[in-house]
Write a protein that binds this ligand. Structure first.
Ligand code: G4P
Length: 283
C-alpha cells in the first residue's frame, strides 16, 4: 500500500508560508534528529536557498536519536553556508537560551527595535514545533499533541522589541519518495490513516536489523540467524503471545504496531533511521 501524505489544507498553508519566507530574515527549521534529512521539507529548503535566507536547523528529539549519528548530522549541516545546526530536546526548557542566542549569531545585523530580527519557524508535523514554541513563548500558545498537523494557521509573535517569530503549521510536500514516507510514518509525522502499519513496520524492522541488531536483541530476545524483517515480526508476536489468527499465523498486524510503538517511545533504544553516508550513496 502506498502512503498518501498530502492533505488539501497543506496546499494553502504552503503558499502562505512561501509568502512569509519572503519577509523573513532567518528560518528556524525543526527537524527530527532520528531522521534529519527525511524530516526536512525540500520545498521550503529550495525556497530558502533561492531567497538566500540563513537557517537554524534544530535536530529535536535528540534524546531519542543515536548520539553518534546526531554528531555526524550536525557536522554535515554545520558545513553548509548560512546554516547553524543544534541538537535539541525541546522538552527541556533549560536548552532554549541556546536557540535564541544562535538566531542572534546568524543575523547579527538585525535585532534592534528599528531593525527587528524577523524569524519564521518551520517543521513537518510531530517534530516538536509546538513544544518548542510553547517553551519559547513561556505560555501555552499551541496545543501539543501526538496527532500530526494540529496547528493549521500561521501565528505572529513578538518576542520583545527586536525580535518576531511567525509560527507555521506542520507541512509535508507532494511527490515524496516512498522510502522517505515510510520513515516519516515510523516517526508518526504522517497520520495513521495514510499508511499500513505492517508495511512501515517491515521497512523499519529491515533497517533496525541492519543497523541496530544489538538493541533489537536486548528488547526482543536473541535473534535467530539469519533473521529478516518477517522473522522479526514473528518473533515479536510470539514473544508477546499475541493471539493467533484464525488461519493459524501469528498476529503480524499487532506485532507491527508493537514494533512501531516501541520505536516511537524509545523502548528499543536511541535510534536514527538514516546516516549522512546514505545521502551520498542511497541504499
Ligand atoms: P509538532 O508541533 O511539531 O506537531 O509537535 P509537538 O510539539 O506537538 O510534539 C509531538 C510529540 O513529540 C509530543 O509527544 C511531544 O511531547 C514530543 N516531543 C517534543 N519535543 C521532544 C523532544 O525533544 N524529545 C522527545 N522525546 N519528545 C519530544 P506526545 O506523546 O504528544 O506528548 P508527551 O506525552 O510526550 O508530552
Amino acid at each position: 500500500m502506498s502512503i498518501n501524505w498530502y492533505p488539501g489544507h497543506m496546499v494553502t498553508a504552503r503558499s502562505k508560508a512561501a509568502e512569509t519566507m519572503r519577509k523573513t530574515d532567518l528560518v528556524i527549521e525543526v527537524l527530527d534528529a532520528r531522521a534529519p534529512h527525511a524530516s526536512c521539507n525540500p520545498v521550503f529548503e529550495r525556497l530558502r536557498l533561492a531567497g538566500q535566507r540563513p537557517a537554524l536547523k534544530l535536530l529535536n528529539k535528540s534524546d531519542a536519536a543515536d548520539p553518534e549519528q546526531t554528531r555526524y548530522w550536525l557536522q554535515h549541516y554545520n558545513r553548509q553556508p548560512g546554516v547553524e545546526a543544534i541538537a535539541l530536546c525541546a522538552k527541556k526548557p533549560s536548552e532554549l537560551p541556546r536557540v535564541l542566542a544562535a538566531c542572534r549569531t546568524l543575523r547579527p545585523d538585525r535585532g534592534a527595535a528599528d531593525k527587528p530580527l524577523r524569524m519564521m519557524i518551520l517543521g513537518i508535523p510531530n517534530v516538536g514545533k509546538s513544544t518548542l514554541m510553547n517553551a519559547i513563548l513561556k505560555r501555552h500558545v499551541a496545543h501539543v499533541g501526538d496527532e500530526p498537523a494540529i496547528t493549521k494557521v500561521q501565528m505572529f509573535h513578538r518576542l520583545g522589541p527586536g525580535m518576531s517569530l511567525v509560527d507555521t503549521p506542520g507541512m509535508l510536500w507532494p511527490g515524496m519518495a516512498q522510502e522517505t514516507a515510510s520513515k516519516l510514518a515510523a516517526l508518526h509525522s504522517i497520520g495513521r490513516a495514510a499508511y499500513d502499519d505492517e508495511d512501515v513496520a517491515l521497512t523499519l524492522g529491515r533497517y533496525l536489523l541492519r543497523h541496530y541488531p544489538e538493541l533489537l536483541a536486548r528488547r526482543f530476545g536473541v535473534l535467530p540467524r539469519p533473521c529478516d524483517e518477517h522473522t522479526l515480526l514473528g518473533l515479536i508476536a510470539a514473544g508477546r503471545s499475541l493471539a493467533k489468527k484464525p488461519g493459524g499465523g501469528q498476529d503480524v498486524a499487532r506485532a507491527s504496531v508493537a514494533l512501531l510503538n516501541d520505536f516511537r517511545t524509545g523502548a528499543i533504544g536511541r535510534i536514527t533511521l538514516e546516516t549522512v553516508d546514505e545521502l551520498a550513496a542511497p541504499a
